[in-house]
Ligand binder design. Structure first.
Ligand SMILES: [Fe+2]
Length: 289
């Protein structure tokens, strides 16, 4: 889809001005791993080959660079991520909010630094389309991020395979699940990256994906203690706004994301880095001599 076909929210210039005023009117946000919620979850995947057992995927989402999160913060965060010894990195969209021009070089520099043994893969969010999908895809290219917008990449580890798939942003109607399915090698476990969590309603119905990883909601920027959910649910994150869900046979995971949109408020809802460790349900066959 061409950028000009995307329906943008009104008054983009005003939104950009408000963003800048808010960002510069408060002291700089500084990165500290103590202020990050490092969420580590194990997810059992049916028929996952033993070579992928304990495979670690780290997801970053909703950076919203330039709106509260400054380039130095992101750079330090990436340095921290690089210490975590990860197999694969996934990025689930909204790299910017309303200002790309002042931050595109910083994003490229930071993404370029990200290291993972089996590569880094990304999809776009609604804000990325409102800014410029073309420019963000170009940043991906220059920083070694594989663009999974309506695409599939099949990983091989030892004798086993795993599909890493992605759909483009559902909010701006750039998603094309049929295209993903047409490229999908069958009978291989598959993980889907989708910016908007409520896309799980559609993707789960195919019966082709074991896990969908999303962001978009920011956890509502407020999580009610004990209930561990949020009353603030924007479009396309009303059903699965935060954490783990079972949708049909598929597991949905929604991250609280790193950045914030509009106000610099996160109540009981720290910025999140997610590490998903894949586990097989297969029994290991041991030969008795
Ligand atoms: Fe979003």
């Amino acid at each position: 889809m061409k950028d000009k076909e995307i329906e943008r929210p009104p008054a983009m210039k005003v939104r950009q001005g408000i963003q800048d005023a808010m960002t510069y009117s408060l002291p700089d946000k500084t990165f500290s791993e103590n202020n990050i919620d490092l969420v580590e979850i194990d997810i059992e995947i049916k028929d996952l080959g033993w070579d992928f057992n304990n495979f670690k995927i780290l997801n970053l989402t909703d950076i919203h660079l330039g709106q509260w999160i400054n380039p130095e913060y992101l750079d330090e965060l990436i340095d921290y991520v690089n210490t975590l010894n990860i197999d694969l990195i996934t990025l689930t969209g909204d790299y910017f909010s309303y200002n790309l021009e002042d931050y595109d070089e910083s994003l490229e520099k930071s993404l370029k630094k990200l290291k993972a043994k089996y590569g880094k893969f990304g999809v776009l969010g609604n804000h990325d389309h409102w800014m410029s999908a073309e420019k963000i895809r170009n940043i991906f290219k220059k920083s070694g991020v594989i663009d999974l917008s309506n695409d599939v990449f099949t990983l091989k580890k030892g004798e086993n395979y795993l599909n890493i798939c992605g759909v483009d942003s559902y909010t701006v109607c750039a998603d094309n699940l049929d295209k993903v399915i047409s490229k999908l090698p069958k009978n291989i476990p598959s993980i889907l990256l989708a910016h908007e969590p409520d896309f799980a309603k559609e993707s789960s119905q195919t019966g082709l994906f074991d896990l969908q990883i999303s962001g978009h909601s920011h956890g509502g920027q407020l999580i009610i203690p004990k209930f561990e959910t949020t009353p603030f649910r924007g479009p396309n994150s009303t059903k699965y706004p935060v954490g783990l869900y079972k949708v049909g046979d598929m597991i949905q995971y929604t991250s609280k994301g790193l950045g914030t949109n509009s106000f610099r408020i996160r109540i009981n809802c720290k910025p999140e880095i997610t590490i998903i460790t894949l586990k097989t349900n297969k029994k290991r066959k041991i030969k008795i001599e």
